[in-house]
Design a protein around this ligand. Structure first.
Ligand SMILES: Cc1cc2nc3c(=O)[nH]c(=O)nc-3n(C[C@H](O)[C@H](O)[C@H](O)COP(=O)(O)O)c2cc1C
Length: 345
């Protein structure tokens, strides 16, 4: 979709190591590829003759109105792809009427992003540090920033090895700023400071500290999702971090339905990983996701086409979702039900 703002266009626009950091995954990148292929391995069984003359894609994510059931996943360091970093992404998201999740590793503070584009709703993503005082301060900042939810990422139990780098990791340029981490002591201290002892009991802290609803991101099993909800999660994001944590992890398309069933309507469920076009989004909706999040494609578009390119990419994705929903006989995202999807061609 929109090749001129896609992965190959970004390759031409970025230094090779930056492109590798964004586009790559861990290990042999089997999970990275499986995420994309698993959506393609599902087929839609369209309804016909169901009045779709008046399409309406609007929905709400934890009560926040958005133009479509598509949102931008939190990804680190947008200044790698655009001088204005996350402020640029927020403008593109606002143009398309979509919500943006802001990484703890952003080059702008949660508050600056929340203010960047009036009307662009944002969420603040973070991890739990061993020093809970640091996480408390970060969550409090998120609560005061204008962000509408905290996204707690729970897939950081070990340090990933990203295969496209000799030492397993990418070293960002020295001049990048990490304002959300100023009180933590910078990037390296933050990355090595994750609390590997985190359990379900810690989820509620983020709501207490921030006063915001909590999205738990990185869940891949129904039993875990149910425990997150019991621990106070308002939403579950089914995610394997785009195949960047460990290789051999299940593709998200394959586990989404299990999570939706386990949550049983008690929380919203989202999914990310390999979502690349409108059909992928509609398959996710049919399996029970309230929205699908995109990660890399937004960075590629921002690298290749700046704010106008990223905005055009997002608008085209929403147009594609509209098209596929209409073809499947759904006037709204909420009409996509599981019987629309089958395994196989
Ligand atoms: C370059 C890059 C940086 C990322 N940084 C973060 C991060 O800081 N926090 C986080 O929760 N997820 C992070 N992710 C994971 C994304 O939120 C999301 O799960 C993933 O990109 C979805 O897969 P997709 O890229 O195939 O759409 C990152 C992903 C990429 C590609």
């Amino acid at each position: 979709m929109l090749d001129r703002f896609g992965e190959e266009a970004a390759r031409d626009a970025l230094p090779p190591a930056t492109h590798a950091y964004i586009s790559g995954g861990s290990g042999d990148e089997v999970t990275l590829r499986a995420n994309v292929e698993a959506w393609r391995g599902l087929a839609l069984r369209p309804h016909v003759l169901r009045d779709v003359a008046d399409m309406d894609l609007r929905t709400e994510l934890l009560g926040v109105p958005v133009a479509a059931p598509v949102a931008i996943a939190p990804t680190a360091m947008h200044q790698l792809v655009h001088p204005d970093g996350e402020l640029a992404t927020a403008r593109a998201a606002g143009d398309a009427g979509l919500l943006l999740a802001v990484s703890m590793f952003a080059n702008h503070s949660y508050a600056d992003v929340a203010r960047a584009a009036e009307g662009t709703p944002s969420w603040a993503q973070m991890y739990l540090f061993r020093d809970h005082g640091l996480s408390r301060e970060l969550a409090e900042k998120a609560g005061e920033s204008g962000a509408r939810a905290v996204v707690v990422c729970v897939d950081g139990a070990a340090v990933p090895r990203r295969s496209r780098f000799a030492k397993g990791a990418f070293a960002p340029p020295d001049d990048l700023r990490f304002p959300n981490l100023a009180h933590v002591g910078g990037l390296t201290t933050a990355i090595t400071g994750f609390d590997r002892g985190m359990t379900f009991d810690d989820i509620g802290r983020f709501a207490e500290w921030s006063g915001l609803p909590v999205v738990v991101k990185g869940v891949l099993r129904g039993d875990d999702a149910a425990r997150c909800v019991a621990a106070g999660a308002a939403a579950i994001a089914v995610s394997n971090h785009g195949g960047r944590q460990f290789d051999g992890c299940a593709a998200t398309a394959g586990v989404l339905a299990e999570v939706v069933d386990a949550v049983a309507g008690r929380a919203e469920v989202y999914v990310d990983g390999g979502i690349r076009n409108g059909a992928d989004v509609v398959k996710a909706l049919a399996l029970g996701a309230r929205a699908a999040f995109v990660g890399r494609p937004v960075l590629w578009a921002l690298a290749a086409g700046g704010v106008p390119g990223a905005a055009e990419y997002l608008r085209e994705l929403v147009a594609d979702v509209t098209r596929v929903l209409a073809f499947t006989g759904c006037r709204t995202p909420h009409e996509a039900t599981r019987d629309l999807v089958r395994a196989g061609p």
